[in-house]
Design a protein around this ligand. Structure first.
Ligand code: FES
Ligand SMILES: [Fe+2]
Length: 426
C-alpha cells in the first residue's frame, strides 16, 4: 500500500493502479512516478516481483567450479548458489538449520563443506547436513540430520547467466525464457568466457535502466557516437514468445567506427547472427548486448527505490585468440563503458524528474516503445497476480505483419527463427 501526497492509500496490487499500462499500446501511458520513486512500491515489488521471478544473479562462469559459493540477495532473501561435486548447480537459503545464522557473507570457495561459523554445523554441497559437532554428547531422540538439510532454492543456468527463483509455483525457467534459448542458440554461449567485470551504482530505479535499454528512441540524442554504428534505421524488433524484450541492429555497420567489431566472430554464426547486434532485456533484471564477437551483459541489482547496482561483464567466445584479450577487448570495453555512462546520466536525470517533479505518465510511442509496454505489462502481471503459476502472461512474439512499428521495413537478414516461425504461420 502507498500513501500519495493527496492522502488516501494506493493499492499497487489492484488492477486499478495499472489501468494506463493495460490499455492497448496506442492508448497506453508509462508507469506512474510512484512506481519508480516510492519506497512502499519498492517493498511490495520486492515481494511480489523479485521474490517470485526467475532473477539473474551471476555470470555462469562465476560458479563453473564445484565448491564455488556465491551469496546474493533476491527479493530481500539471502541466497547461496554453488555447484556440487557432481557438477549440479544448487541454490539454498543462506540460513543455518540450527539457529538460523547466516552461513557466509561473501563469495568464496569451500573445499567440501559449507560450515556455519557459529557452532560449526557442516553441510555438503548438495545441502545435506553432514556435521554437527558435539551435538550427540547428550543425544536427542528426534534429531534426524536428513530433515535438517539447507532449504533449497530453484537455480538454473541459461546461456551466459545463472537464475534463481524463490517461488515453487512459478513456471520453469524454460517457459519463462520462451523461444530465447532457441533464438540465440547459434552463439554457443556455453563456451563464452567472462573477460572483464565492473560495477556501477546508479541513482535511478532499476526499471528506468532496463526501459532505457529497451528503446532506441533516444539513440541519436543520448549516444551520437553509438548511432554511427547502430543506426536508427537499421533497428528491428527481435521478440518471440517469452518474458523478454528485444531489438536487433542489422547490419551493424563499421564504416565510421569499428570499436565494437574489432573482436573476431564466434564460430559458426549464421548469415543473420554474423551481421547483427542483439539487444535483449530478459525480465526482470538482465540486459544482453550480443555482437558477433563479444557480449556486454548488465545485471541489475535493485538496492532501493532510487539506487541500482549495475554488474557489467564483457564476455568473449572461447575461440577468441588470447592475443586479442589485450587491446581489442580493452577497446571494446571502453566503447561500452562510454555508452553506459551516457545511459546512466540520462537514467539518473529521468529519476530526478520523477522524484522531484513527478509529472503524470505520458503516452508511449507506438513506433519505438512497444517493448516498454510489453515489459510494463509483465511488471503489472507480477504485482497483481496472486500466483505466477497462472497470473503471468507470456507475451506472444512479433508476427510478420505489423509494419513500421517493427522497424524500418523488412529486416534484410531476418533471424532464422523468425523466418521459420513466420513462414509456418503463413
Ligand atoms: S547456528 Fe549454525 S551451527 Fe549453530
Ligand atoms: Fe542508451
Amino acid at each position: 500500500m502507498g500513501h500519495p501526497s493527496g492522502g488516501g492509500v494506493i493499492d499497487f496490487t489492484s488492477e486499478d493502479f495499472w489501468s494506463g499500462t493495460r490499455r492497448p499500446l496506442d492508448q497506453a501511458t508509462g508507469l506512474p512516478p510512484v512506481a519508480y520513486t516510492g519506497d512502499d512500491f519498492f517493498e511490495v515489488e520486492q515481494h511480489r516481483l523479485f521474490a517470485r521471478s526467475w532473477v539473474a544473479v551471476a555470470s555462469a562462469s562465476e560458479v563453473a567450479e564445484p565448491g564455488r559459493l556465491l551469496v546474493r540477495s533476491v527479493g530481500g532473501t539471502s541466497v547461496l548458489i554453488t555447484r556440487d561435486r557432481d557438477g549440479v548447480l544448487r541454490g539454498f537459503i543462506n540460513s543455518c538449520r540450527h539457529r538460523g545464522t547466516e552461513l557466509t557473507s561473501e563469495d568464496c570457495t569451500v573445499s567440501r563443506m559449507i560450515r556455519c561459523p557459529y557452532h560449526r554445523w557442516g553441510y555438503a554441497l548438495d545441502g545435506s547436513l553432514v556435521a554437527s559437532p558435539l551435538f550427540d554428547e547428550v543425544p536427542r531422540a528426534d534429531f534426524d540430520p536428513a530433515e535438517l538439510s539447507l532449504l533449497p532454492v530453484r537455480a538454473e543456468t541459461w546461456g551466459l547467466d545463472v537464475f534463481v527463483c524463490l517461488d515453487e509455483a512459478t513456471p520453469p525457467l524454460a517457459e519463462w525464457l520462451g523461444d530465447l534459448p532457441e533464438r540465440m542458440a547459434g552463439y554457443g554461449f556455453d563456451g563464452w568466457v567472462a573477460h572483464q567485470k565492473c560495477t556501477f551504482d546508479v541513482a535511478a530505479n532499476w526499471k528506468l535502466i532496463t526501459e532505457n535499454f529497451q528503446e532506441y528512441y533516444h539513440l541519436a540524442w543520448v549516444h551520437p557516437e553509438l548511432a554511427k554504428v547502430s543506426r536508427v534505421r537499421d533497428h528491428y524488433r527481435y521478440q518471440g514468445p517469452g518474458l523478454y524484450c528485444g531489438q536487433t541492429t542489422t547490419p551493424v555497420s563499421s564504416d565510421e567506427r569499428d570499436d565494437w567489431l574489432v573482436l573476431p566472430n564466434a564460430p559458426g554464426l549464421d548469415s543473420s547472427d554474423s551481421v547483427s547486434g542483439r539487444f535483449v532485456a530478459v525480465f526482470p533484471n538482465l540486459t544482453l548486448a550480443v555482437l558477433p564477437g563479444h557480449a556486454f551483459v548488465i545485471r541489475l541489482e535493485p538496492l532501493s527505490s532510487g539506487t541500482t547496482r549495475e554488474h557489467c561483464t564483457l564476455l568473449l567466445p572461447s575461440s577468441t585468440p588470447a592475443e586479442q584479450y589485450g587491446d581489442a577487448a580493452a577497446e571494446t570495453l571502453k566503447f561500452w563503458i562510454e555508452i553506459n555512462n551516457e545511459d546512466i546520466d540520462i537514467c539518473e536525470r529521468s529519476h530526478r524528474g520523477l522524484a522531484l517533479g513527478g509529472a503524470p505518465p505520458g503516452p508511449l510511442s507506438p513506433r519505438f516503445e512497444e517493448p516498454l509496454h510489453r515489459f510494463q505489462n509483465m511488471v503489472a502481471d507480477c504485482m497483481t497476480a496472486n500466483s505466477l503459476a497462472d497470473g503471468l502472461r507470456i507475451p506472444p512474439g512479433d508476427g510478420p505483419d505489423a509494419g513500421p512499428r517493427y522497424g524500418c521495413g523488412p529486416n534484410p537478414a531476418l533471424p532464422s527463427i523468425d523466418a521459420r516461425r513466420w513462414s509456418a504461420t503463413g
